[in-house]
Design a protein around this ligand. Structure first.
Ligand code: GLC
Length: 406
């Protein structure tokens, strides 16, 4: 399937030009790096999941650079298997950012928190069986072993987070009840970083101190796909048992130590309840309910895909506040969310819905360019310019079968 349109906008060509324009290559602290920055002006380093999205798109035309980008991320792997949310290739953090970034010290190569562990799945989709790559396989295994040892707090296979931005959805209002004024995008967020730094960014120590930890939906969907890419069993059963609320028809994070404990149905309606659609073995009854009751409900369906928060939810916001980047994931639409959900729709034979999402995004990008996110009503581009993962729209309009795995 490939969407034919006649407005003259060459989305694949523009996507390639963007990814190549954002390419950065060099040597730093004895390591070679080669990757695309998420956005030259706003995000000048390597972000974990951004790079994985870039590699998925880039594999369509340049497997060598796709592999190089993923190997660069694996190159940052610490001996114990940890890879940080942001790897600071080329130059250390400036003082202003040092307060907002989760670093233990300004001398560190990377932050001490994680992002959704998508690399093994991205490798499989982009390049083939990761276990068959002699360089990547042992590094990926070591990385997954770290995640299991340090973040699977209950031993059931699911991972727990110690900060909102570890989910990739920084200021999502779904975390406000968990961290209160210390949630991201709220005034006291820097004090959460400070507290976690005192606990060595160690999830067990954070939990033992009675501070909040979250078993988050999107992170665990991605983690399950990555575990499967490495030949491990699916986590869908555990994920459904722990996070699915059948009465409400939605997935909710499991939370410990919340500042304002709030039952699932009273939390904001955020898009991530749809993320499990990407799981190949999600039970049909659940998938059908998510599609009919969430995705096709006007509160999500009328917007440019895919709004981070339901348009009629009181928590929806697309405004900035004086203290910072309030709107990141508090409302506007992101392309990676649309891509993940569309993938699930196509798996289920709902190409009609996936095509509709693809066409609307394509038209939006033709007009606005590859922006970081979009105002869901008007489609106006917002946030960073020349934003790498928005090129996933190419995957949406012309899906490429995965090279390997789920
Ligand atoms: C924002 C996003 C995060 C992303 C980063 C770089 O912080 O919330 O998911 O990785 O920007 O693009």
């Amino acid at each position: 399937m490939s969407i034919e349109v006649s407005d003259g906008f060459d989305l694949p060509g523009a996507a390639r030009a963007l990814l190549e324009g954002n390419w950065k290559e060099g040597d730093y602290r004895g390591l070679h790096y080669a990757f695309s920055v998420p956005s030259p002006r706003s995000y000048p380093w390597q972000w974990y999941w951004d790079s994985c999205f870039h590699a998925i798109v880039r594999a369509r035309y340049d497997e060598d650079r796709s592999r190089a980008e993923l190997l660069t991320l694996l190159g940052a792997l610490r001996d114990d298997g940890f890879i940080g949310h942001t790897v600071l290739w080329g130059q250390p953090l400036d003082l202003g950012r040092a307060v907002r970034y989760n670093i233990a010290s300004r001398a560190d190569l990377m932050t001490s928190t994680i992002q959704p562990p998508i690399i093994a799945w991205a490798w499989a989709r982009a390049l083939g069986d990761p276990a068959a790559d002699p360089v990547a396989a042992p590094l990926l295994e070591r990385h997954h072993a770290w995640l299991r040892a340090n973040r699977d707090l209950d031993g059931d296979g699911l991972l727990w987070l110690i900060q909102p931005d570890e989910s990739g959805m920084d200021a999502s209002p779904k975390f406000d009840h968990v961290w209160g004024l210390r949630a991201q995008g709220r005034m006291l967020f820097p004090s959460l970083i400070h507290a976690n730094r005192r606990h060595g960014f160690d999830a067990r120590r954070v939990a033992a101190a009675g501070r909040p930890v979250v078993c988050e939906v999107l992170t665990n969907v991605i983690w399950s796909l990555s575990e499967q890419a490495l030949g491990r069993p699916s986590l869908t059963g555990v994920l459904v048992d722990r996070l699915w609320d059948d009465a409400a028809g939605r997935f909710y994070d499991d939370v410990r130590g919340a500042v304002h404990p709030t039952p699932g149905p009273a939390r904001p309606a955020t898009w991530d309840t749809l993320a499990p659609l990407a799981l190949p073995d999600l039970p049909d009854a659940i998938a059908e309910r998510l599609i009919a009751e969430v995705l096709e409900a006007p509160r999500f369906a009328v917007g440019v895909p895919l709004a981070a928060v339901a348009l009629d939810d009181p928590a929806f916001s697309d405004r900035e506040t004086w203290w910072g980047r309030h709107r990141h994931w508090r409302g506007p639409s992101w392309v990676n969310s649309a891509w993940l959900v569309a993938l699930g729709l196509r798996r289920r034979g709902r190409d009609d819905l996936a095509d509709r999402m693809a066409e609307r995004l394509r038209a939006t990008i033709a007009r606005e360019g590859f922006r970081e996110y979009y105002e869901p009503g008007t489609g106006a581009g917002m946030g960073a310019h020349d934003f790498g993962w928005s090129t996933l729209a190419w995957e949406l309009i012309d899906p490429r079968p995965p090279a390997f795995g789920p």
